[in-house]
Design a protein around this ligand. Sequence first.
Ligand SMILES: CC(C)(COP(=O)(O)OP(=O)(O)OC[C@H]1O[C@@H](n2cnc3c(N)ncnc32)[C@H](O)[C@@H]1OP(=O)(O)O)[C@@H](O)C(=O)NCCC(=O)NCCS
Length: 173
Amino acid sequence: MDHDDGFRTERLRLRPWRVADAAFQRRLWQERDDRVPARRRITPDGHPTVAELEQRIRTDERTPAPGLFVVEFATSAEAVGYCGLVANSVGVPQEPELAFEFLRASWGQGFATEAARVIVDDAASHGYGHLAATVRAWNAASLHVLDKLGFVDTGEREPDPVHGDSLLLRLRL
Ligand SMILES: CC(C)(COP(=O)(O)OP(=O)(O)OC[C@H]1O[C@@H](n2cnc3c(N)ncnc32)[C@H](O)[C@@H]1OP(=O)(O)O)[C@@H](O)C(=O)NCCC(=O)NCCS
């Protein structure tokens, strides 16, 4: 399989976003922790709407390569989360950020680690020397996934007394 079209793991398939995934994406937004900043939460008047998320999917340029993928169960094709690479929020283009988010009902079964591992294994083929990850200090599950993948805490942190400090981790590929 051409990896721009996705990846397969033992239990999961990673595939590009479809416009029809907008409602699923909105479910992920709805499930977000109260400590997630407001710009990444559904507003009291319901934004982003499914239509707005559809538009974002249509215009997604999938950069940095290979971009973000929907993660679905390989057997049922039911969407369970997303995983992939996003632009580095700390401004280093050759060091994209690993991102992942899964429906709460699926947590604790190793899905994030399984999906992220194929993204990490593929990353060097795009010419990246490192991957970054930014994570709130309270996010023990995400920190544990990143630890399992070999990410190391750089010690850099952006203090945020409202949403929790943001930690910068890095993986040498
Ligand atoms: C972070 C997230 C993707 C993890 O997904 P997941 O499929 O449950 O992850 P995995 O099962 O692969 O691994 C989670 C690990 O953290 C552990 N864990 C879960 N909650 C924990 C906690 N509160 N404290 C310590 N460890 C915890 C699990 O036991 C598991 O470790 P193990 O495999 O050694 O048992 C999921 O919690 C999520 O979608 N969170 C919301 C979005 C998010 O935070 N994304 C990351 C932003 S940086």
